[in-house]
Each structure stands twice: as C-alpha cells, then as structure tokens.
Design a protein. Sequence first.
Length: 255
Amino acid sequence: MLELFLQPEALMIFATLFALEVVLGVDNIVFISVLCERLPVHQRKMARNLGIALAVAARIGLVFSISWVMSLTQPLINVLSYDFSGRDLIMIGGGAFLLAKSLKELWMCFSHAHQQQASTVRAGIALVLLQIVAVDAVFSMDSVITAVGLTNEVPLMVAAILASAVIMVLCAEKINDYVMRYPGLKTLALLFLVMLGGMLMAEGFAIHLNKGYVYFAMAFGLIIETCHILLKKQNKKVIRRVYPQRCGGWAVKAK
C-alpha cells in the first residue's frame, strides 16, 4: 500500500485528484454556508461539519461504487431522438434543484419583505443535511468519473478525498464568515451557484461548457468585491479621522 504512494506517477495522479477535490470542496462550502444560514446560530457549526463529513462519505461511497457510476453513462431513455443516460438525468435534476434553490435565496436577498421573513424561517437540520448530501452527490459525479479515467487505484482516490476534506474543515468556517459578513460576497456566491446549476443542466443535455469560464468569472467578481470592501473600509477610516464626534454618534445609532 505504502509503495503505491511512493511512485512518482502515483504522486502526480494524487496531486491532480487532490486539486479536483479541493475545487469541488469550494463549491460545496459555498452551498453549505448558504443552507446553514437557515439554521439557528448554535446549530450552524455542527451542521457544517456534519455536512462536510456526510459529503465526504457520499463521495467515498461513489468511489467504491465505480462500476455502478460508470454504468450510468449508458443510454437509459430516448426522448425526441436524444439519448439520456442515468448520469444525464442526475445532472439535469441536480442542476435544476441547485438553480431553483440559488434563485430563491437571491430573491430573498433582494426582496426586503422576504428578507424579514427569512430571518424568522428556520429549516430542520435533517433537511439541510439531506440537501447537502444530495447536491454533493451530483457535484461528485463528474469528479469520480474523471478520477476513474486517471487511475484504477481506489486507495489514491480515497486518499485525495480525505486530504481535501481536511482542507474543507479548516477553511469552512472562515469562508462561511466572509460570505455571511459581506452581503456582496453572499450575492456573488449565490450567482456562482446559479451558474453551476445551469452548467450541470447543460451537461445533462450534452452541451459541454468549459468550467474554467465559470471559475474565471467567479475569480473576477471576487477581485472586484474585495476591492469594494477594502475601499469601503478605507472610506470609513477617513470619515472617523475627519469627523470623530459624528462617527461616535453614528456608532451609537447603529447599535
């Protein structure tokens, strides 16, 4: 077993799989952060960690069900001369769910009335965890199929998943705090999930889009939002320095 991880070729494959899983992990953390906001504050951290653990378990389960996963690529039904496999149907269904969920959250963000309602509406932790596992299974489908194309060594795949899980646990709270602290980042995260949902549906209809475009758009939006946050902080510092007494008054009113 250890000899496998000491081979240069195996290490390269492990690094590639690890990178794939980390990228997938970022998608998951964003989705988990949005879902956990519906829970009471004292349950959010536990739900995040449980969600990550269940997502990792589901991914490992898919790895050990490689033959079943690969069988999903065979045509299952024919609609209007188009063949749809089990994978296609899962992609379309999962993408539609992610799209609907993200658009609903966006509507709540931009609607004042819905925003007030959202603060009082709470989801059950079991429902949140179920949604996390379901969406993660859809996210993981492509990565598992890609992993099978790279190697037949199950230990390498499992090791990459577990290593990425450590990164997810370490970064989850920090990413969640930033997403929830800055409304612009939350909006950006939801738009990212909308694009991912649309892309998953497109994949289900055999329309292959380069995911690099989505990640580039996300990175560009993140840079702009970061500049906006830094500029806002700088303006606050200038206002405090020029109008110290008024800032004190504003601070009291803000409380």
